[in-house]
Ligand binder design. Structure first.
Ligand SMILES: [Zn+2]
Length: 434
């Protein structure tokens, strides 16, 4: 009999690949943080002895959700600026960040975000925020997986004073985490309009050399679809940025020819529908991306705009919105396709598609378990549809990252939630001068 560390046996398992597959009464065997096998419960009992055997008889086990785009530390300004037009919202937010942000603020905000995400089934997030070392450290300490965006701007900010300093500090952080099993990095020029041609060319050269993903806001609203009279996708194409390394975030204002171009070049899209809706930016044509076989991932964006970080909620909004905007004659995007967007597609967009995002041998055991034994998710005719259209974050019972349980029976195992909430409240008091 072969020995493994953990056997997790569940009523249903959605491995995400092969597409649309639903396994009933199967187990995932885990050794040293990685998936060893996925097999029926009776065979698992014959083949493996395990240090821990976890039974989840009314649950569905799936890959941990991947929040492709967020700004973790923005949780501290959740609800701080409301009912403002987008431009005004941005300005007020920047004023608050300029006044209060430092490494301690980012650490406390990132930890709050990590607690928010782990308790709602997310095991990996793509981040973009100043003081990225504080977010990286918070994620590593929590045992959570993260792809940390290295901010690159042409204007001085709180974290760096010049374009060169952004690159130097960012690449130092990249080196620091080069061999880390949980933390990876991406180049993150904030938005196409915020950086010069020269800086974007430097981003492209660095990304190619180090094979790093590039995270960039592209066309979050209509006004940002042009820079110096040139359509943003044309400009990014001219500068060599359109490639499978690029994850374009939002992409609300976009023309068909640009969609064709982005899809042809293999660009990933981070779709953040609740942020776009709440900030009045519009609606991204997600179904048009999927129709072009583009890699569509899902993100919550920052909690200062959204305002929570539940990818399950985001997924439902995305699915309903896409259906509502689709001509009724076309085939709807299936619940399985949406779950793939929230797992494997997110992983691919962050350069992690080979190591997480589906339940397959040799991948990291990054998993999420949802209890469907509730009045509003019974009976289960279609498990994927129950997750996308009915399940709530409160049903997420367990989360594992690299085989390590970070949420067990709805409780965080490594984070001190009371302490995190106390620190968040202290920031609120400071910001309000109390
Ligand atoms: Zn963003």
């Amino acid at each position: 009999m072969e020995h493994v560390d953990t056997l997790i046996c569940a009523r249903w398992i959605l491995p995400i690949e092969p597409a649309g597959e639903v396994l009933e009464r199967h187990c995932v065997a885990i050794r040293q943080g990685r998936i060893v096998a996925l097999l029926p419960i009776d065979q698992a009992a014959e083949r493996y002895s395990a240090d821990r055997r976890i039974e989840r008889p009314s649950h569905v086990l799936l890959p941990g959700l991947v929040n492709a785009h967020t700004h973790g530390a923005m949780t501290l300004l959740r609800g701080a600026v409301e009912a403002a037009a987008y431009a005004e919202w941005t300005q007020q937010l920047q004023r608050l960040e300029q006044r209060w942000m430092d490494a301690e603020y980012v650490r406390d905000g990132a930890e709050l975000a990590i607690a928010d995400m782990l308790t709602s089934g997310t095991t990996c997030f793509g981040d973009l925020h100043p003081f990225p070392e504080a977010t990286a450290h918070a994620a590593a300490a929590a045992g959570m997986r993260a792809c940390i965006g290295l901010p690159l701007l042409d204007r001085p900010g709180l974290w760096a004073g010049s374009t060169d300093e952004y690159f130097v500090k960012g690449l130092q952080l990249h080196d620091e985490y080069r061999d880390d099993p949980l933390i990876t990095t991406a180049l993150a020029p904030y938005a196409h309009w915020a950086v010069s041609d020269e800086t974007l060319k430097r981003v492209q050269r660095t990304a190619d050399e180090l094979e790093l993903p590039v995270i960039m806001h592209v066309n979050e609203h209509r006004e940002s679809a042009l820079s110096a009279g040139e359509r943003s996708f044309d400009r990014l194409h001219r500068l060599g940025l359109l490639s499978p390394l690029l994850m374009a975030v939002h992409v609300v204002a976009v023309q068909d020819a640009e969609l064709d171009l982005a899809a042809r070049e293999g660009v990933s899209i981070a779709h953040c529908p609740q942020s776009n809706l709440k900030l009045g930016c519009g609606v991204s044509p997600a179904s048009a991306f999927i129709a072009r076989q583009a890699n569509l991932a899902i993100g919550t964006a920052g909690a200062a705009g959204n305002n929570d970080m539940s990818l399950l909620d985001e997924l439902r909004t995305a699915a309903l919105l896409a259906r509502g905007l689709q001509p009724s004659a076309t085939l709807p995007i299936t619940a399985h396709q949406w779950l793939r967007a929230a797992t494997l597609n997110g992983a691919r967009a962050l350069g992690l598609g080979d190591v997480i995002g589906s339940i397959a041998p040799d991948k990291w055991a990054d998993l999420c378990c949802i209890d469907l034994n509730r009045a509003h998710t019974s009976p289960v005719h279609d498990v994927a549809a129950q997750i996308v259209y009915a399940a709530s974050r409160d049903q997420v019972s367990d989360v594992w990252v690299a085989g390590r349980a970070l949420l067990t029976d709805h409780q965080l195992t490594r984070l001190d939630l009371d302490d995190i909430l106390r620190r968040a409240e202290r920031w609120r008091q400071r910001i309000h001068g109390e």
